[in-house]
Ligand binder design. Sequence first.
Ligand code: FE2
Length: 270
Amino acid sequence: MSTPDLAVYARDGFLVLEGFLPPADCDVLQARAAELVAAFDPGPVRTVFSTRDQGHARDLYFQESGSAIRFFFEEQATDQPVPLALNKIGHALHDLDPVFDRISRQPRLAELANALGFAQPLLLQSMYLFKQPQIGAEVGWHQDATYLHTSPSTVTGFWIALDDADRDNGCLTVLPGAHRGPLRQRFLRENGRMVIRTLDATPWPDIPPVALEARRGTLVVLDGLLPHASAPNRSSRARHAYALHLVDGRADYPADNWLQRPDLPLRGFA
Ligand code: FE2
């Protein structure tokens, strides 16, 4: 692995590492996700994941997904077959599925975490993101630390394109440098329910958003405080991605974070 440019990362709050994941690994993740989907029986109720509608937040299926492999549907899915109707699979693929475990804990990812300054990297959350053709929903502007908070903030995303991602199929969009602003909101557990609390009403800075078009295999490192979003996918092309979120074990992990793993201790790369 070439040394990541830490000065650029500190300046921008993100790093784009082209060709990080070999095509064979992209193939393996996509094939394994397809197997998991084929084995998934949705039953009569489809659990939607939406960043706009917090109705899902009351759903235990979501609340307990931090230590499980669970399937969430697109809001706009109607009569699509399940493989074309899912929004994502989450959130413990990296611990519970041997294939995702192996790819997520490969030495190059451990080296990257080490180079970024993690002393005790913990693999907290994994998501297989489908961003389906035609119906893949927008993800609104947010900071990942809203969902995965530590004190101090250490959450870092490794977002890996498994298909070419561009403006037409909903690539990542970022506000470069805006990770130096405050954490605006927290999504947390309160009396068994999920709520959003505003910590700081500072608006996003008025700087032009940058679309991160990314070829398959590109890894984007995202500082947990960097505002980012992605447009809906209105194209006929899928935009699969795999996102892994790390925290540092030295930081305090609050008991009111939505993601709790009472029966599944967090692990690092070993
Ligand atoms: Fe995010």
